[in-house]
Design a protein around this ligand. Structure first.
Ligand code: PLP
Length: 451
């Protein structure tokens, strides 16, 4: 065995202990770590000829790279929609790497059964009674849902897209879809231009049901319902959309990447009314579940069609049985057991823990919204419906003014917020989904914004 490798094997317990100590030190400093690292030019170092073993690698990482890593896992990183990692999720992720199971199927390991239990528990949390699978993120979950929808549309004509390819245009209807929908349509050979932008309600990002029904009259389609838009966390009326199924043929995909967590709060669960009737549902887990990247769940009630799209038959892999292995349901063949961090955090904190995390984030967003509303320098662009505050400067707003404010905030190291454009106006978003964030952090963010 190569010398450094043999040394690390012999010293493994001590080396893991050093890694643990180092990790604990990083996490203890997370709250005070600058939210984004200063821009430093990193010169790539060449591949070492021999390498110095794990201890030397730890030192090299600590000096060369760690200072450039942001506090995105910390409480005041409010850009995009960014979760952190709960203690239990971190432990689960370490064990995922330590045990290194291939969660492609059921042969020789309980890993796939654990994934099924985890999906079922997520279903309980969300109030969804559908089978599902883990994928790498909401983009992939949307892609899989749309792929099943594409297969379903083909089946209406007696065709299989999985076998023949896309032989007829696929129409996709949505009010305010996430950008990952267009990306998925590109990958799936449906094409970005097949996405029909349906009118939204006045002053809202939620789809206008009357306009949607007009589009559905033109023939079968895939409808992407949005349960939590990124700017204003608006929700389509999913119950009303599902009711259109009695008059029109369509596949209902719900993108509830982070909005799905409204289900964990009884007061907010009605925002998702009707989503249990969807044909496929996307929920991201590396956002509000606070498991590490990369993790999302993909639910569908039509695993038969999913199997047609993703089956991966080979004599050496076996044929799918009544309960198809995950490699026949998802884009990957070999798969990380990304269900394990999710299993740990659900086991450790349960339904009540997630209710508390979700409701605290909503309380933080509301408090920040109220503070901005009282301050003449700022203007709220939408009511705070859930966990995102969408706001802008008062007076004449330009992209440059917004960028300057955000740059100053980022430079303070106190908070990280990201820019957007809402109804044509340059704007700012603050998204709360990290389990560590409290009202004390809202104080700090508002102080940094002078609000
Ligand atoms: C974040 C998000 C996505 C994409 O998620 P990734 O995990 O980054 O792939 C899709 N839809 C919505 C509504 C989102 O918020």
């Amino acid at each position: 065995m190569f010398e450094a490798l043999a040394h690390d094997l012999a010293e493994l317990p001590a080396l893991l202990e050093e890694t643990r100590t180092y990790t604990a030190r990083i996490l203890a400093g997370l709250d005070e770590r600058p939210v984004t690292a200063a821009a430093v030019e990193h010169v790539a170092a060449a591949l070492p000829e021999d390498g110095g073993g794990l201890r030397a690698a730890l030192r090299a990482f600590e000096s060369r790279w760690e200072p450039g890593f942001s506090a995105s896992a910390g409480p005041r990183y409010l850009g995009f929609v960014t979760g952190g990692t709960t203690p239990a999720a971190l432990s689960g992720d370490w064990l995922t790497a330590a045990l290194d199971q291939n969660a492609h199927g059921a042969v020789g390991s309980a890993a796939a059964a654990l994934e099924r239990e985890t999906v079922a528990r997520l279903g309980e949390l969300f109030g969804l009674d559908m089978p599902g699978a883990f994928v790498t993120g909401a983009t992939m979950s949307n892609l899989v849902g749309l792929a099943i929808g594409r297969e379903w549309l083909g089946s209406l004509r007696g065709a299989s897209t999985a076998e023949e390819g896309v032989t007829a245009p696929v129409r996709v209807l949505s009010g305010t879809p996430h950008s990952s929908i267009g990306k998925s349509l590109s990958v799936l050979g449906i094409g970005r231009r097949r996405l029909v932008s349906v009118a939204t309600l006045p002053g809202r990002e939620a789809v206008d049901i009357v306009a949607l029904e007009r589009e559905l009259a033109a023939g079968p389609a895939i409808v992407v319902a949005n349960a939590g838009t990124v700017n204003t966390v608006d929700f389509d009326d999913i119950r009303a959309i599902a009711a259109l199924k009695s008059r029109h043929d369509f596949w209902l995909h719900v993108d509830a990447a982070f909005g799905g967590f409204a289900a964990a709060s009884p007061a907010h669960a009605p925002l998702l009314d009707g989503w249990a009737e969807a044909d496929s549902v996307c929920v991201d887990l590396h956002k509000w579940l606070n498991v590490p990247y990369d993790s999302a769940v993909q639910f569908t009630r039509r695993q038969d069609l999913q199997l047609r799209v993703f089956e991966n038959v080979s004599p050496y892999l076996g044929t799918p049985g009544a309960t198809p292995d995950f490699m026949h349901l998802t884009p990957e063949t070999s798969r990380r057991l990304r269900a394990l961090p999710a299993w740990f955090t659900l086991e450790a904190y349960g339904r009540s823990g997630y209710r508390e995390i979700v409701e605290r984030a909503i309380e933080c967003a509301r408090e920040m919204g109220a503070r901005l509303e009282r301050n003449p320098r700022w203007r709220l662009l939408a009511p705070v419906r859930l966990n995102v505050v969408c706001f802008t400067l008062s007076g004449a707003v330009t992209t440059e003014r917004v960028a300057a404010v955000l740059e100053e905030l980022t430079r303070s190291g106190e908070a990280f917020l990201t820019p957007t454009v809402y109804q044509g106006a340059p704007a700012i978003r603050a998204a709360f989904s990290n389990w560590r964030t409290t009202l004390a952090d809202v104080d700090r963010v508002c102080a940094a914004l002078g609000a």
